[in-house]
Design a protein around this ligand. Structure first.
Ligand code: SF4
Ligand code: SF4
Length: 415
């Protein structure tokens, strides 16, 4: 793949000084593990044409009850649930292992009762096709956070998100999202993957019209150039984010859904939650495979070179430190990021994207930089405008994005 295909304006906006929002250096010592992602099903019932897991991870098996129990013991040591600990079910299609998820929920509730703790944050990422009445009622009452993957209008969604028999899934997922958007509100978010030819404005409008309050748009990652957005897609994305920021500024009409990644950039422009890494993978967050093997995050599960330990024997400190200084190194140790004005707003490349799909040596994919720089530029503009006109509205970004920091940035992002 040619990684220098896209024209990227690498000059900072006038008046922006990255030094003003530069985060501190990362601590070298032990980090407390706050979150685990469990690969419960080890497989998926769809055959999405852009699937990054399918392109990079080996075939895997479902998790058994004992391993699930070990994972809960690991993340809640001695039955203790702390305020920041969370669990994520996200690799493959977790609802293929629905009985195991229900057992996990029952076990966590018991731990809560015994330890008199509040229920921890639990997140599930699903393609939505297995959510029938029973599953949706259970999800609504569980208190879990739900992330459904959905790519917008039928013409876009059904080009990519298909069954193994090549059928589109739009008709199955849309009614599920509309129902759960009403009943779960901010506990539901929808993630759309942007591939070549997907107009972000149309994608956003479709999801907003379904009543969704939290929308995440992520550029696809893949080896195939035919799937990746091109320069005209990036231009459309720039127009879309600018339009979103203008709409936010004008504050006309109904409530605007949170554009999750952009909101995170806005927060960082104000100097909050800036980090030298994109997430907590290999530090505060780990992924767990079917046999209890531990990896930096769910995207590395099953790949031998990234094994960082085992639930039963614990983390292998040597492997963890090697990861943190190699695949998981901070942005100031990456050549492209060291010279990048947006680094304090970006945090550097997703470790797995750089490792498994990038040009090598930990350098980022240009296509992802193009999206990050666009978000950063527009976020700087919006913060500048709000500071002049209505500075109090900037505060509205802080609680939501503080939550992002805990839930999505330091701990995990599901892309
Ligand atoms: S990954 Fe982020 S920090 Fe690194 S060069 Fe790209 S935009 Fe800049
Ligand atoms: S950003 Fe997400 S996918 Fe990438 S390394 Fe971090 S946790 Fe893994």
């Amino acid at each position: 793949m040619n990684h220098r295909e896209w024209h990227i304006d690498r000059n900072p906006p006038d008046g922006f000084n990255p030094g003003d929002v530069s985060p501190p250096f990362l601590p070298q010592g032990t980090w407390s593990v706050q979150s685990l992602a469990l690969d419960v099903s080890g497989s998926c019932n769809l055959a999405c044409r852009y699937c990054a897991e399918d392109a990079s991870q080996p075939k895997r098996q479902p998790m058994d009850i004992e391993t699930m129990g070990s994972a809960l013991d690991f993340i809640f040591p001695h039955g203790k649930i702390t305020r920041n600990t969370s669990l994520r079910f996200g690799s493959g299609e977790p609802l293929l292992a629905f009985p195991l998820l229900k057992m996990a929920d029952e076990r966590i509730k018991k731990i809560c009762t015994d330890s008199r703790s509040r229920y921890p944050e639990v997140f599930i990422t699903t393609n939505g096709t297995l959510i029938d009445n029973e599953v949706s009622e259970w999800l609504i009452s569980s208190g879990w956070h739900l992330k459904i993957s959905f790519d917008g209008p039928r013409s876009i969604h059904d080009s990519w998100r298909v069954t193994p028999g090549n059928c589109g899934t739009y008709n199955r997922i849309k009614p599920v999202i509309k129902k759960l958007a009403k009943q779960m509100q901010d506990r539901l978010s929808v993630t759309a993957v942007l591939c070549k030819g997907a107009d972000p404005q149309k994608v956003f409008d479709e999801i907003e019209n379904m009543g969704v309050n939290r929308i995440e748009m992520v550029p696809v990652v893949h080896h195939k150039m035919s799937i990746l957005p091109d320069s005209s897609d990036i231009e459309l994305y720039r127009e879309f984010v600018q339009g979103y920021a203008r709409r936010f500024l004008q504050k006309k009409g109904k409530k605007i859904p949170v554009l999750v990644r952009f909101a995170e950039r806005v927060c960082r422009v104000m100097g909050y939650n800036n980090l030298r890494v994109p997430c907590g993978a290999g530090r505060s967050f780990y992924g767990v495979g079917q046999d209890g093997t531990v990896y930096p995050c769910f995207r590395f599960i099953g790949i031998k070179d990234y094994v960082l330990g085992n639930l039963r024997s614990g983390l292998d400190n040597e492997a963890v430190y090697k990861f943190r200084s190699g695949a998981g190194k901070p942005y100031d140790e990456r050549i492209a990021c060291r010279d990048c004005w947006a680094a304090p707003l970006c945090g550097g490349p997703c470790f797995s994207c750089a490792e498994l799909f990038g040009p090598g040596k930990g350098e980022p994919l240009d296509i992802h930089c193009a999206y990050s720089l666009t978000d950063a530029r527009v976020a700087i503009w919006l913060v500048g405008q709000l500071r002049k006109r209505e500075p109090e509205r900037l505060l509205s970004f802080l609680p939501g994005v503080s939550r992002l920091y805990e839930e999505e940035s330091l701990i995990s992002k599901t892309t």
